[in-house]
Design a protein around this ligand. Structure first.
Ligand SMILES: [Zn+2]
Length: 244
């Protein structure tokens, strides 16, 4: 299934934290969007891998995703090496996305920066036809040799640590639904009834921080809420009036 946008991020909920508003905005425009989570987040303080998979499914329904899958890489210990790149190339070639969004270039969690480098490399190598792959992953696997495919652009979301964005997407109409997609991760985020140990992201203050960050990015472009992104190369626009 060809997708317009594929978000590839290391922990289930990274995509929602960094770019759920952008996803919702694109789905509302009729674009096909999918998420590939690299790990099950099994080193997380709260929840279990099984619970987090169910939560990721629930969030996928809220976002209106066309596809979501989990690579099953080892949380914390995956590497940017041939084995992991080739597994990701299979996913990239299967979905043939025009745009890929991945983790922040660096962040509080060291997995984020490493995942971002892995995804950037896999997107490039996916375009090399001498790297042969067969789609043998998951229920939709065709078992056929795949065509080379390189996404036109790779963007990096901004998650925990502040990074100055290269551009900001207006998500004003989608912020409340973004929050709904985050709250689908009941084990991870603020829940006054939870008996699980407190974690960095489970406090009420963290939800307030998320809204403040979205307000800050929105403020810069003169709207209520925004999501910021960085890009490795200079981006262009056909119509100057598309910029705000
Ligand atoms: Zn993460």
């Amino acid at each position: 299934m060809k997708l317009d946008l594929l978000v590839i991020a290391v922990h289930p909920d990274d995509a929602e934290l960094g770019c759920a508003g952008t996803i919702l905005s694109l789905v509302a425009q009729g674009k096909k969007v999918g998420i590939v989570d690299l790990t099950r987040g099994e080193l997380g303080t709260r929840g279990t891998p099984e619970i987090r998979l169910q939560e990721a499914d629930a969030a996928a329904r809220i976002l209106g995703l066309s596809a979501r899958e989990n690579m099953g890489f080892r949380d914390g210990f995956f590497r940017n090496d041939e084995e992991h790149q080739k597994a990701l190339i299979v996913a990239i070639r299967r979905y043939q996305p025009d745009i890929v969004i991945t983790n922040a270039i660096y962040d509080r969690h060291p997995d984020h920066g490493r995942a971002s480098e892995l995804v950037v490399d896999a997107c490039f190598y996916s375009g090399l036809r001498q790297i042969k792959t067969v789609d043998n992953l998951g229920a939709d696997a065709s078992g056929l040799e795949q065509e080379a495919w390189r996404p036109k652009l790779v963007y990096h979301l901004i998650q925990d640590r502040y990074i100055k964005p290269d551009f900001i997407v207006d998500i004003t109409d989608f912020y409340e639904k973004k929050q709904e997609s985050l709250l689908a991760y009941k084990s991870q985020f603020y829940d006054p009834k939870s008996n699980e140990p407190m974690s960095y992201i489970a406090s009420q203050e963290f939800m307030e921080f998320l809204r403040a960050r979205a307000e800050e990015f929105g403020h810069v472009i003169g709207v209520k809420y925004g999501e910021g992104f960085t890009v490795d190369r200079t981006i262009g626009v056909k119509n100057l009036f598309d910029l705000k």
